[in-house]
Design a protein. Structure first.
Length: 221
């Protein structure tokens, strides 16, 4: 099975969700542009994260209730007691937090700190702080880029030790290599992204990608 067929199979099984919504694709174009400054880059990351979160929370269960309107009583629906937690991978994942919290302001936020060793390209953990009640929550892990998959795989492995109710992973751009690596280790975790790019270069960066997301978010180029 070639790469294209493999991804079609993952999409069919709902393990991989690629968002082709026009608003996301429009914003993604400007996000990629090397001339986009940090202020606009941060705003675009936040907006795309919010739109991706809309899709990632599509399966939240509802329950019926009633509400009194100015002219009567209406049958309505509310989310059925589902608790969420967002876990950004430091530091680039922080850029996605405001966007997702704008949709789910009651969610708790944890943090996992990993950096990539420049020689081995392997992730090194330096920080982990998760909500105390994470075992009662559905978790969405946030990172703008899924490149080699190392940081994403390790972050989800760390979170699984706390036994959350479920885990999803949400990124903006993914590389085929990262998707394959991630799914091979965590086949039970759904991936949500806005684009699957061509490949990784020798330095482990996504091509064409958008460069270093953390540097562009925080202006540390």
């Amino acid at each position: 099975m070639n790469t294209e067929d493999q991804f079609k199979d993952l999409i069919a099984k709902h393990q991989l969700v690629v968002m082709h919504h026009p608003l996301i694709q429009h914003k993604l174009t400007y996000l990629r542009d090397k001339n986009t400054g940090s202020k606009d880059f941060r705003q675009l990351v936040s907006e795309i994260a919010m739109l991706l979160c809309y899709e990632a929370t599509r399966d939240l269960p509802l329950e019926e209730t009633t509400v009194e309107t100015p002219v009567g009583v209406a049958k309505a629906k509310v989310i059925a007691g589902r608790k969420l937690a967002f876990i950004p991978i430091l530091r680039a994942g922080l850029g996605m937090v405001d966007g997702v919290l704008s949709l789910v302001p009651a969610a708790k936020v944890g943090h996992i700190g990993l950096y990539r060793d420049p020689k081995t390209l392997k992730p090194v953990e330096y920080y982990s702080k998760l909500p105390n009640d994470i075992d009662q929550r559905d978790v969405i892990v946030l990172d703008p880029m899924l490149a080699t998959g190392g940081s994403s795989i390790d972050s989800v492995s760390i979170i699984k030790k706390s036994h959350p109710k479920s885990i999803k992973f949400m990124c903006i751009i993914a590389a085929p290599e990262g998707i394959k690596a991630f799914i091979s280790v965590h086949p039970d975790v759904q991936l949500y992204c806005a684009a699957v790019d061509d490949h990784l270069n020798k330095n482990g960066y996504i091509v064409p990608g958008l460069g270093d997301a953390g540097d562009r978010i925080f202006g540390t180029l």
